[in-house]
Design a protein around this ligand. Structure first.
Ligand SMILES: NC(=O)c1ccc[n+]([C@@H]2O[C@H](COP(=O)([O-])OP(=O)(O)OC[C@H]3O[C@@H](n4cnc5c(N)ncnc54)[C@H](OP(=O)(O)O)[C@@H]3O)[C@@H](O)[C@H]2O)c1
Length: 371
């Protein structure tokens, strides 16, 4: 089977996905009789296509350009595009898989029109699924065929978004399976940030908060401004994706989000923020001691329960999967009607472009055989 694919985003994940597609061509052909045909590649300002399927040599050239930090527009087949809806829209046809490896909300109109035109979509990008509820519903609760899609019912044949939570860990697939059977999910708790896991592990070992943040920052584990990790917004997005997957209707603004630094630190320059971090050390030390007195440890995690989502620091019992978590692993605990006392647990590496791209590739292959 020939499967047309459009890849949006040529950063770490998009490039690793293309490398894996090229590397696994023979495997996919032999095992699944599947040939992934790349129609078009896009970065933030340009697209690359030639009206037919791109050859592997052309894909290698595009990868080389992006690895060197150039734009796709510099390739002979590249075109500068103000709005990718123009060049890509023409190629968006029934049965094509559109893969979003961008980190942008600007891509949402393109994804919505792709779904309406009978495409399937695979997302590593959390932003479309954490935009307004109606955008989410349009992307994952639409029944084909075009041109008269029905919106509102759950549909597992149109979209996949495994890599949006926990990188390549099979969290969304597991949750979807539980939901399909009608299992009633009582409680989800999870840490979906490797950076925050690294910091809380250090705190637990008696290291000061300021030192842990400084170390994570200088080792490149955090975003250039570590507040992006410490604010918890990324984890809030992941928690919202999980909650919406349970059928909850809610917006990102409704998540009860408490970051790891006081709001008064938000407006500081990066330099002052890092310099003033030691002011927070004592409070963290006290919280650790209070927790330890009750056989608990401090964890920064998302808690999804009784219609609400909270993302923040809290003490959890040492003798739970989340309490035992160390280092940079991600973890999710799911308690449900069928997993009432011992939760279903998925734990493992929750970041890294290659594992993330592998999650995206699995989604593509799975979608090839649905609908
Ligand atoms: N990295 C991970 O470990 C990881 C794990 C799980 C999920 N994810 C998610 O996967 C996505 C990609 O991550 P990444 O690390 O590859 O990001 P990245 O390195 O920042 O790459 C983003 C890519 O998207 C392109 N882009 C930005 N805006 C665009 C637009 N409006 N239209 C088309 N392309 C656009 C950028 O173009 P230019 O090249 O022109 O800048 C770049 O090629 C993100 O949403 C991220 O949250 C990443």
């Amino acid at each position: 089977m020939d499967l047309p694919v459009i890849v949006l985003g040529m950063g770490g994940v998009g490039r690793s996905l293309l490398h894996q597609i090229l590397e696994k061509r023979a495997f996919h052909k032999q095992e699944y009789d599947l040939s992934l045909q790349i129609l078009c590649l896009c970065d933030s300002r340009s697209s690359m296509a030639d009206g037919r399927v791109l050859g592997d040599e052309q894909i290698h050239q595009a990868l080389k350009l992006k690895e060197e930090g150039s734009s796709l527009a510099t390739h002979p087949l590249g075109v500068v595009a103000e709005d990718l809806k123009d060049p890509v829209g023409e190629m968006v046809k029934q049965g094509t898989i559109v893969v979003d490896c961008t980190a942008s909300s600007a891509i949402i109109p393109l994804l919505l029109s792709a779904v309406d035109r009978g495409c399937k979509i695979v997302l590593a990008n959390k932003k479309p699924l954490t935009a307004e509820q109606e955008v989410y519903d349009h992307l994952v609760r639409t029944t084909l065929p075009a041109p008269s899609p029905i919106h509102g019912v759950r549909n597992l044949t149109v979209s996949r978004w495994e890599a949006t939570v926990g990188s390549g860990l099979p969290i969304i697939a597991t949750l979807n399976r539980l939901v399909c059977s009608g299992d009633e999910i009582h409680h989800i708790a999870g840490n979906f940030s490797s950076t925050v896991g690294f910091i809380t592990t250090g705190l637990q070992k008696g290291r000061p908060f300021s030192q842990m943040v400084g170390e994570a920052h200088s080792s490149g584990y955090t975003e250039p401004d570590p507040r992006e990790d410490l604010a918890g917004l990324d984890m809030a997005r992941k928690a919202l994706i999980l909650a919406r997957g349970l059928g909850w209707k809610m917006e990102l603004s409704e998540v009860d989000l408490v970051g790891l630094y006081p709001s008064s630190f938000a407006s500081l320059s990066l330099k002052s923020f890092l310099q003033r971090l030691p002011e927070l050390d004592h409070d963290f030390e006290e919280q650790i001691q209070e927790a330890a007195a009750q056989d608990k440890v401090l964890r920064y995690f998302a808690n999804i329960e009784k219609g609400g989502i909270r993302v923040g620091l809290a003490a959890v019992h040492i003798d739970t999967p989340l309490g035992r978590l160390e280092g940079t692993d991600n973890i999710i605990e799911i308690s449900s009607r069928w997993y009432p006392t011992t939760p279903l647990v998925i734990q493992g590496r929750g970041a890294g472009v290659h594992a993330t791209a592998a999650g995206v590739l699995s989604d593509i292959v799975e979608l090839a055989f649905t609908g």
